[in-house]
Design a protein around this ligand. Structure first.
Ligand code: SF4
Ligand code: SF4
Ligand code: SF4
Length: 372
């Protein structure tokens, strides 16, 4: 049963969270925390492991950008050996969903890890944000949008289509603003670890979340409608080999979309193997057969192979689109195919630690319409 408490603070939301975290580090409830921080020049924000109260200055729990999916950073920390220290991690909901999938894929070990998920109303593309002079205004616009429950025009495409923007019971603690009176922060403990943190924070007040639940339902229903409308049109746009080829026609086969995807975890990627190092004779014979050969080759095959590997675990974070140097909206096509594929198995990536990833297990009673 989740327990919610109101954080009674008049400070700006990022500062209010920073103070709570400082308290958790000071009292050694946590040994360290991973939380986004502004660069000293305040021109960019990236994830940092903080070990001291002092280093927590200029942290941004409700960060306006998502340079890397933090689940991949957590995998670097815990994949080979579990953490011996108590480490807190601030996550956006899409990062939390990636954590769930990566735990199942044995990439993350949650021993001694405390998952703190924030409400999220979107993030800006890193290129757009880094060029923008009015960074403080962008941050403020995001924080205001929580209070008003409004959509922001210039956020990433993945965020415009995201309807999973709040913490769920997979997190230890939710840091929640949407739908609360006057942009107040509410901390919700979803697990024993969460209760441990909540009990160690002083000055919290009891809180009734009925209003939030009511307000958030309307916001989420609106996002679902936006997503469904987009996907209906988009499906038509990309259906069939011809349309799909056109969609990926600018692809330069750099594999950035793969390297930034938290779910693409193969140690040795087939598409980076020598299978695709063709002899010149082979390339010239293909060119000969068709009179022309587009280079680099196998761009569509790469995307189809990647889809085939990981769409049942795609969490729609849109890191792939953000990483694409030629502006292909890879995330939308993965969102579309993942939604369809996951529906077949009544699976939703990141929903729960208990649901088994489809295809990783064989169930005799599934896909009977394909034949027995
Ligand atoms: S995809 Fe959703 S959770 Fe992730 S940054 Fe965008 S709005 Fe936030
Ligand atoms: S395919 Fe794209 S949207 Fe899906 S998990 Fe990977 S990076 Fe995120
Ligand atoms: S990042 Fe873009 S250009 Fe590079 S492989 Fe992926 S889709 Fe192609």
């Amino acid at each position: 049963m989740a327990i919610s408490k109101l954080l009674n603070s008049s400070k700006e939301q990022n500062t209010a969270v920073e103070e709570i975290i400082k308290g958790l580090i000071k009292t050694k409830i946590l040994d360290s925390i991973i939380i986004p921080k502004r660069t000293p020049e305040k021109n960019f924000i990236y994830q940092v492991i903080h070990k001291t109260e002092e280093s927590l200055a200029n942290t941004v729990a409700f960060a306006p950008i998502l340079p890397v999916n933090t689940a991949t950073l957590l995998a670097k920390l815990t994949k080979f050996t579990q953490s011996e220290e108590k480490v807190g991690v601030i996550l956006k909901p899409c990062e939390m969903r990636a954590v769930v999938e990566m735990v199942k894929l044995k990439q993350i070990n949650l021993e001694n890890i405390y998952l703190l998920t924030v409400d999220c109303n979107g993030t800006f593309d890193i290129e757009y944000y880094s060029k923008e002079n009015k960074k403080t205004e962008l941050e403020q616009k995001l924080l205001n949008s929580f209070k008003e429950g409004t959509q922001i025009e210039d956020i990433r495409q993945a965020c415009k289509l995201c309807n999973n923007m709040i913490p769920t019971s997979t997190s230890d603690i939710g840091i929640e603003i949407f739908g609360n009176d006057s942009g107040a922060i509410v901390l919700t403990a979803y697990s024993e670890k969460g209760e441990e943190l909540l009990n160690s924070i002083s000055g919290l007040e009891d809180y009734n979340t009925d209003n939030r639940q009511k307000n958030i339902e309307a916001i989420i229903n609106n996002k679902i409608e936006i997503k469904e409308n987009f996907l209906t049109n988009f499906q038509e746009e990309v259906s069939g080999v011809e349309n799909l080829t056109k969609f990926f026609s600018k692809c330069i086969n750099c594999h950035n979309c793969m390297s930034q995807c938290p779910i693409c975890i193969c140690q040795e990627c087939f598409f980076e193997s020598s299978t695709f190092d063709y002899e010149s004779e082979q390339l010239l014979s293909w060119a000969d057969r068709q009179g022309v050969l587009k280079m680099p080759t196998d761009t569509l095959l790469f995307q189809l192979g990647r889809m085939n590997h990981m769409i049942t675990s795609c969490v729609a974070c849109g890191m792939c689109s953000q990483a694409c140097p030629v502006g292909i909206d890879v995330g939308s096509i993965f969102l579309l195919t993942a939604k369809n594929a996951q529906a077949v198995f009544d699976y939703e990536a990141g929903r729960s630690f208990e649901d088994e990833i489809p295809i990783s297990t064989f169930r005799e009673d599934e896909l009977k319409d394909l034949g027995e």
